[in-house]
Design a protein around this ligand. Structure first.
Ligand code: SF4
Ligand code: MG
Length: 320
């Protein structure tokens, strides 16, 4: 695998300093080179924290993270810096990575400057190549971020993220701020870059329709844990976890014959400072039964050989 996480935990101190928030509470997963793993969940499920842990932008409290087999957590600053060239983050708001005072060309070239790659002339050529690759005119380099639309700015953010030729991009809600028509253009661009540059993506979103469009496999996150993980088609056709089922039932479906009965979940995501006992989803689960209230489900593979479909739910557990 390109990236492997095992038992990764990250707790933050709560605002009042007395408790702790279990943002990520024991996540295990592996990502292959060139693969796109979608991570979906409501806000507060821990998806963004998980994405940042993958790049070691947060230090986990427990667990291991390996990139190309190398223990990311053991790397000293110099070696980590070199590794970081191969893993980049794309944000929801491209402004977060674009300084409005810098020309687009300088923003895209900045990672090359930081890592001392090439000279001025070769960097300028590289910036023009990158702009073309993301579907912008080379002369965009001389202009400023405010002169571009949201979709164009996200293209600039992507050009900057691929400048160092990474192997992995963690994209955190990269199209959530864009109009639907622009969303699909940016998703298509990401898909095209993936095959041209053999990129792997971790694609984080609350929007299941967007994740379905781009992912090879999809993980569903709830209160800091992955509650279901499967190949994309399988997850959307045969969700095994009642939470996934509810999320999928809420995707707008224009075709009346394919429309599912919408499952309405009661309540909000519980406070991650005091997650419910037993199955963390039990207070909202339409299929809850006695055991769910006291016993935490273990991860079970309900897939076929060679095609794992992992789920944390007593309905599928060893004693189901
Ligand atoms: Fe629902 Fe019980 Fe399964 Fe949890 S373990 S998802 S409460 S059925
Ligand atoms: Mg987030």
């Amino acid at each position: 695998p390109l990236l492997e996480l095992e038992g990764v935990v990250k707790h933050f101190k709560s605002r009042d300093g007395k408790g702790s928030v279990r943002a990520v509470d024991g996540v295990t997963l592996a990502l292959q080179p060139g693969e796109t793993l979608g991570i979906v969940g409501e806000s507060g499920s821990g998806k963004s924290t998980l994405g940042r842990l993958m790049l070691r932008l947060h230090e986990p409290d427990a667990g291991s993270i390996r990139f190309e087999g190398e223990d990311l957590l053991a790397l000293r600053p110099g070696a980590l810096r070199l590794r970081r060239r191969q893993m980049q983050l794309i944000f929801q708001d491209p402004y977060a990575s674009l300084d409005p005072r810098f020309s687009v060309g300088s923003s895209i070239a900045e990672p090359l400057v930081i890592h001392r790659i090439g000279d001025r002339a070769s960097r300028r050529r590289k910036v023009e190549e990158l702009l073309t690759l993301v579907g912008l005119e080379p002369d965009a380099a001389r202009r400023y971020p405010h002169e571009f639309s949201g979709g164009q700015r996200q293209r600039i953010g992507i050009a900057r993220a691929i400048a160092l030729e990474p192997k992995l991009i963690v994209a955190d809600e990269p199209v959530s701020a864009l109009d639907v028509s622009i969303q699909s253009q940016v998703l298509n661009l990401l898909a095209e870059l993936k095959s041209r540059l053999n990129l792997a993506y971790v694609f984080i979103s609350h929007d299941l329709a967007v994740v379905e469009h781009i992912s090879d496999r999809v993980a569903v996150m709830y209160l800091g844990r992955l509650v279901e993980l499967a190949e994309r088609r399988r997850l959307y056709r045969e969700p095994a976890h009642p939470y996934t089922e509810a999320l999928i039932s809420a995707i707008p479906e224009p075709d009346a014959d394919r429309r599912r009965q919408r499952i309405i979940l009661s309540g909000d995501v519980p406070n991650p400072e005091s997650p419910p006992p037993g199955c963390p989803f039990h207070p909202r689960c339409p299929k809850v039964f006695d055991r769910c209230r006291t016993e935490r489900p273990v991860t079970t593979d309900v897939g076929q050989a060679g095609d794992p479909h992992l789920v944390d739910c007593h309905l599928h557990g060893p004693r189901a």
